[in-house]
Design a protein. Structure first.
Length: 226
């Protein structure tokens, strides 16, 4: 018997496609106002987002099992993050006398936190709010430090105040996003554990027990280390 991914595990939500369509519209708008380089960058971001979500990761055994279990409703995250930042470089909102840069760091961190929480909860183990908050803080700090190093190498970094506020907002946003996903999804059961197995006659077998998931290539097999 092989695990069969239900249709909702393979399809993309309308919101995901709406985000990608909006990103395409932003690229067209940039081009129409003479911002060709921004339009090209947005189109490259769109292609990158599609490359991330179109492959059927549920059926790609070489991927880590947590990635294969990542809910499809999070496929909108890369496009949403690109939409958030595109006006910043497209019409220079990052450099104006406004809080746009701070808002982008906070919301991008929250999106990253939701993905981090979904990866952690994919094994179905209960995790407390404290656990998720600490995981979000750690992941957000790492993410923000990597980004600030990139900005320094690319010559985009601002003054010290800009640097530490970016780190604080990204870290805090990631923790908030992880907590929000934990609150919405709960400890949950990993999506793969809900996959019915195909049996003769078209009937669905009961969901896999946690110890059986690893033997079907869904998650780690506790017996493997014995």
């Amino acid at each position: 018997m092989t695990a069969r991914v239900p249709s909702e595990g393979r399809s993309h939500a309308w919101f995901t496609w709406a985000c990608h369509a909006a990103l395409l519209a932003v690229a067209a708008w940039f081009w129409s106002i003479g911002k060709q380089r921004a339009a090209e960058g947005t189109l490259l971001a769109l292609l990158g987002c599609l490359a991330l979500i179109l492959p059927p990761r549920e059926r790609m055994p070489r991927l880590p099992w947590r990635l294969r279990a990542l809910p499809r409703r999070l496929d909108a995250v890369p496009a949403l993050a690109s939409l958030l930042s595109s006006p910043g470089y497209g019409i220079n909102l990052f450099y104006g006398a406004n809080a746009y840069d701070e808002v982008v760091h906070l919301l991008s961190g929250a999106l990253a936190g939701a993905v981090l929480a979904a990866l952690l909860l994919a094994d179905g183990r209960p995790r407390s709010l404290r656990h998720m908050a600490l995981a979000g803080l750690g992941g957000g700090l790492l993410l923000s430090l990597v980004w600030e190093v990139f900005e320094a190498v690319a010559g985009l970094i601002g003054n010290w105040t800009d640097t530490w506020t970016d780190i604080a907002l990204t870290t805090g946003g990631t923790a908030l996003g992880a907590l929000a996903w934990r609150a919405l999804a709960g400890a949950g059961t990993p999506p793969a554990a809900r996959m019915p197995a195909q049996v003769p006659g078209g009937a669905a077998a009961p969901p896999l027990a946690p110890r059986q998931q690893g033997r079907r290539g869904v998650g780690p097999d506790p017996a493997a280390g014995a």
